[in-house]
Design a protein around this ligand. Structure first.
Ligand code: UDP
Length: 380
């Protein structure tokens, strides 16, 4: 009855299902364990009439025209360029840490010197990961690097990951580089926006196809079993493709041990005033137990006397208790993941896609790009 089974209805699962159904005319069954589609991109209107992102702020940005054009078939967009402030020594300054931030923090002469030193060593508008800047042998740049490392990265990373920046893959902190320019935006991709009617609507449009059936509130393993490296759907041998976007260790019953993930306790608060803070997100590396506060009204503007904020409290992922949001990038974890990938090769028709299945720190556009690439190579 079905040609393909897709586990999960986030971007990886929903874009895969859409392509399988519409391009290849396949009958697709999506098995989704939550009571809604959209994975961690799910959004909804809350009691204040504000569109909130239930699993943390999702700001769409990409430089990939194909990804942008593909998604634009399923949604209109509201232009939105994300800006983040960071609380340092009692003031809120722009990050990525840039030439403007330097002026806001240091007295004019010192600021000028630091800016000049940066521009002597790096091109205007270049991005310098903090762990790179720390290697500088210039005394002033070393001072600047130590300042940024201490005030922006070390405590935030301790909260977010329970580790030092150097213990994680350097790509993690390189996501928020020092920016040798005056652009205060968090991302500098060509396309930056949020879906006009929300992410959930975008996912509804992706999945609105007669060939796609979505089953909610259902564990993949309740419908699909594995025997002798073959998949069985409701007890019957399944001959088609299985697109799996969940946790790879769970799929294979943790046979090489659990892969560690980081989770976040998302705590929303309704505030009895029009606005709570000056911008969409403020990071708090050095105060509080949460990492950041996001105020959704800045992302999806609406007139209302009340506002909704989200405080993010990172925590360890514990199986069965909370949600796995982030793979944790260390060499040991990668080795364990590689054992799972090696094992997965025994399954001819299994395709692993997404943050959890590929154990990668993908952004939304990376996932869509990945699906589009896979779809080009094989009939998915
Ligand atoms: N980071 C930090 N301080 C900040 C912002 C980011 O130390 O103020 C580091 C931290 O390790 C974080 C990583 O950079 O996990 C990536 O940040 P990003 O904002 O991309 O994280 P996400 O939005 O994916 O949670």
């Amino acid at each position: 009855m079905y040609d393909c089974i897709v586990c999960g209805s986030g971007f990886a699962g929903s874009v895969s299902a859409n392509i399988l159904a519409s391009k290849y005319d396949k009958k697709v069954l999506i098995i989704e364990k939550r009571g809604h589609i959209g994975g961690n991109c799910f959004d909804c209107i809350d009691e204040n009439g504000i569109l909130i992102h239930k699993y943390g702020p999702h700001l769409f940005h990409t430089s990939n025209k194909k990804v942008w054009e593909y998604l634009s078939r399923f949604t209109q967009w509201d232009k939105y360029e994300h800006k983040v402030l960071c609380s340092i020594d009692g003031q809120n300054v722009p990050i990525p840490f840039n030439l403007n931030t330097i002026e806001q923090i240091f007295e004019p002469q010192k600021a000028k010197k630091l800016q000049e030193k940066l521009l002597e060593s790096y091109e205007l508008n270049s991005k310098v990961p903090i762990l790179e800047l720390k290697k500088s042998d210039d005394v002033d740049l070393q001072f600047l690097a130590d300042f940024i490392y201490e005030k922006v990265f070390v405590n935030y990373t301790a909260k977010q990951w329970g580790m030092k920046p150097s213990e994680l893959d350097s790509a993690v902190t390189a996501r928020v580089p020092v920016f040798v320019g005056r652009d205060n935006r968090y991302f500098n991709d060509e396309y930056q926006a949020v879906p006009k009617d929300g992410y959930t609507k975008l996912f509804e449009n992706l999945l609105n196809h007669p060939n796609i059936k979505v089953v909610l509130n259902t564990d993949f393993k309740d419908m699909v079993t594995i025997r002798d490296n073959k998949f069985y759907l409701n007890g019957k041998k399944f001959k088609g493709k299985v697109i799996y976007t969940g946790m790879i260790d769970e799929l294979f019953d943790y046979k090489f041990g659990e892969l560690p993930y980081r989770s976040v306790d998302m705590r929303f608060e309704s505030i009895d005033k029009e606005f709570f803070q000056a911008g969409a997100t403020i990071n708090y590396p050095n105060e509080h137990n949460f990492t950041r506060i996001t105020e959704f009204k800045h992302i999806h503007p609406i007139k209302s006397d009340k506002t909704t904020i989200l405080k993010e409290y990172p925590q360890n992922y514990v199986k069965g208790e909370n949600t796995a949001y982030y793979p944790i990038f260390t060499d040991d974890n990668q080795k364990r993941y590689n054992q799972y990938v090696e094992y997965s090769r025994k399954f001819d028709d299994l395709v692993l896609i997404g943050r959890l299945a590929e154990y990668k720190y993908y952004d939304m556009d990376d996932v869509v790009e990945r699906v589009l690439d896979i779809a080009k190579e094989v009939e998915l």
